[in-house]
Design a protein around this ligand. Sequence first.
Ligand code: SF4
Length: 347
Amino acid sequence: MSFADELIRWYHQNKRDLPWRHTTDPYLIWLSEIILQQTRVEQGLPYFNRFAARYPTVSRFAAATEDEILNLWQGLGYYSRGRNMLATARIVQQQYNGLFPSAYQELIKLKGIGEYTAAAIASFSANEAKAVVDGNVYRVLARYFGIDEAINSTTGKKTFQQLADELLNRDEPALHNQAIMEFGAMVCKPKKPACGICPVHLNCYAFKHNATTALPVKLNIVKIRKRYFNYLLIMDGDNILIHKRGLGDIWANMYELPLIETDGPAEPHEILYLQKNRPFTIGKDSVKSISPVYKHVLTHQHLYVRFIELDGVADTSSDDFFFTEVKKLKNLALPQIIFLFLTKFLN
Ligand code: SF4
């Protein structure tokens, strides 16, 4: 039995029952694929269910506001995905009469849909013969065939795509793609692959050469940026001062507390000195409490976040700053770290 056939046989016996595997609706498959980018299935599943229930069609999604989408997205991270989805849904609504395309050539033109996602939607919804290559597929192919080209190099990407295309079962592309991805997620896992129960271990290069930790090879090109976020917590009775973020940075168009970013760790008096240059002023600069520093890890940034509670009422001179009732905070799209801190702090 061929490598690909073995994986399909394994898949029939071991696949997880996931809601997006019960549909061929390209809109719902797109929804699941975007939600699952950089996200574990267990984490993404409740979000998929919530989005699919609230927006069962792309037309309903397109009619939502950005605030509504970001609010529902809260806690999932990589918020640009939610914004891109809204832009894409609106394009589908306008240019495709609300019918989500299922052909690879159309899908690839849409915002936020790259080669992998287009291949996944086209094969799962229309059985188009397109081989998917995601992180799972890179790992399985690199280990089984012993390929040491970097998976994030231009030549490496071509090599893996070519091999995936050659292996693709053209009669059953959807099944084949699901099988290899599921196998990578459940057996040939990034750490501690389950080689002992693997149906293809006898012919696996990495297993035979004890090279499962060395493969796949990835070039280390990610530079981590450290940022220091000092949030000012200013209450006026049951109201709290909120700031709406702009575009061009993380958490675009989301809501936060007034932020003072410093180049490094800073003392509260230095931070409050910087506050004087902000479009809001605080009547009485007295620090009531200071939280510990929380580290928040994003893909290319590490945030060191601290909350400083101030006594005194702020006068704002900008529309981006406003007071809102504490009980209405749940309606705002807040980054998870702020949401969790406030939930604990205000209760
Ligand atoms: Fe992956 Fe191990 Fe199976 Fe090889 S034997 S394909 S490394 S799980």
